[in-house]
Design a protein around this ligand. Structure first.
Ligand code: AMP
Length: 310
C-alpha cells in the first residue's frame, strides 16, 4: 500500500504513529517523472530498510533557468503507479508553500561548500547546489530517515549532500547507487523524455565517449588534457550537441586534474570523468569512474554492464 501525503504536518504525524520503534526508514528524494533509475534507488532502500519514503517535489530553488523549470516533465499518475508496483510505502508530494512557507525567493540557503559548489555543474548552474542542499535539508527535517538514497549519475550532488550532512552533523547514512542506463548506454534521466527522435538516437554517444576517454586515460593518464579536448570537439561535431565540459577530476573533491600540480595526479581509482552536454534545449549530465575494476572489455565497450558504476 502506498500512502500519499501532501502536507508536512500529516507526514510528521503519520511518521510518528506508523513507524514502528527500531524500524529503519529509507528516503529517496526525487523530482518525479520516475524511471528505472529512481526505482533502483527505491528497490535498494527496500532491501536495506523496513519502510521507504519517496518524495516528488520539483524544487524551484535549484533551477537556474526558468525555461528548464517550466518544461520539467511531470507525470504524476504514472509515477504513482510505478511506486505502487515497486512497493514504496510512503509518498510525500508537497506544494511549494509546504516546503517554503516564507516563499522560495526569501528562504535562506544556510550551507556553503567552497570550491565544490563552484566547479563543473556549479560553474554552469550558479546557485544550483545551494538550492539542492536547501531542499534536501528541509526534506530530511520532515522525513527524518535513517538512510538517504541517491544516484551516482548526479555525482557532484552526492558530494554536496555528503558535505551538507557533515555540516548538519546528521547521522543519516548516504547510500550512493550506480547509474542505471538504457541498453544503448544513455543514462536514464527524466529530461530524456524531451529529446527528439534524432537527438535520442545520438544521445548514447555521451556514454560511448566517456568510455573511450577512459580507455585512453588508462593507457596514458598524462594525456588527460588532449583527451578532454578531443572529446569536447567530437561531441561538438554532433548535430544539435553543445558540450559544456568534459573534465577529469579528483573523485573525492572534484578538483580538476587540469588545476592540480602535475606531480600530484590522483590514481585512476580516485579519478572521475564528468560531462554536461546540451542536446538542443535539453541538458544532460553523465560521469564515469576511471577505476580499472569497471573497465569494460573491448567487445562490450559501448554496452552498459549490469549494475556498473557510471
Ligand atoms: P531527480 O528526480 O533527477 O532529482 O533524481 C532523483 C534521484 O534519482 C537522484 O538521487 C538522482 O541521482 C537519481 N537518479 C536519477 N537518474 C538516475 C539514474 N539513471 N541512475 C541512478 N540514479 C538516478
Amino acid at each position: 500500500m502506498l500512502i500519499r501525503f501532501r502536507k508536512k504536518a500529516d507526514f510528521e504525524h503519520y511518521r510518528s504513529s506508523l513507524l514502528p520503534a527500531n524500524a529503519r526508514l529509507g528516503f529517496v528524494p526525487t523530482m518525479g517523472a520516475l524511471h528505472r533509475g529512481h526505482l533502483a534507488l527505491i528497490k535498494r532502500a527496500l532491501d536495506e530498510c523496513d519502510l521507504v519514503a519517496c518524495s516528488i517535489f520539483v524544487n524551484p530553488t535549484q533551477f537556474n533557468q526558468a525555461h528548464d523549470l517550466q518544461h520539467y516533465p511531470r507525470t504524476e499518475e504514472k509515477d504513482l503507479q510505478q511506486l505502487l508496483e515497486v512497493g514504496c510505502s510512503w509518498l510525500f508530494l508537497p506544494t511549494i508553500e509546504e516546503i517554503y512557507p516564507e516563499g522560495p525567493e526569501k528562504a535562506p540557503k544556510p550551507f556553503s561548500f567552497g570550491e565544490l559548489e563552484k566547479v563543473l555543474e556549479g560553474a554552469h548552474r550558479p546557485g544550483h547546489f545551494a538550492g539542492v542542499a536547501q531542499v534536501v535539508s528541509r526534506l530530511l527535517q520532515i522525513v527524518k530517515p535513517h538512510a538517504l538514497y541517491m544516484g551516482q549519475k548526479d555525482y557532484q550532488q552526492t558530494l554536496i549532500v555528503r558535505a551538507m550532512l557533515q555540516q548538519m552533523q546528521s547521522k543519516v547514512k548516504l547510500v550512493v547507487c550506480p547509474t542505471v542506463r538504457e541498453k544503448d548506454g544513455l543514462a536514464l534521466s527524466s529530461r530524456n523524455l524531451r529529446l527528439q527522435a534524432e537527438q535520442r538516437k545520438l544521445a548514447p554517444k555521451i556514454y560511448q565517449y566517456l568510455q573511450e576517454a577512459r580507455q585512453s586515460f588508462l593507457e596514458r593518464p598524462s594525456a588527460f588534457r588532449q583527451i578532454e579536448k578531443r572529446y569536447l570537439e567530437k561531441l561538438g561535431q554532433l548535430p544539435d550537441f553543445r558540450p559544456e565540459y568534459f573534465s577529469f577530476a579528483r573523485a573525492h573533491d572534484l578538483k580538476l586534474l587540469s588545476e592540480l600540480p602535475a606531480e600530484q595526479p590522483p590514481p585512476a581509482s580516485q579519478t572521475v570523468l564528468c560531462t554536461a552536454v546540451w542536446i538542443g534545449p535539453v541538458r544532460l549530465i553523465d560521469n564515469l569512474m576511471m577505476g580499472e575494476d569497471v573497465l569494460p572489455t573491448k567487445k562490450t565497450s559501448t554496452q552498459p554492464q549490469a549494475g556498473e558504476n557510471g
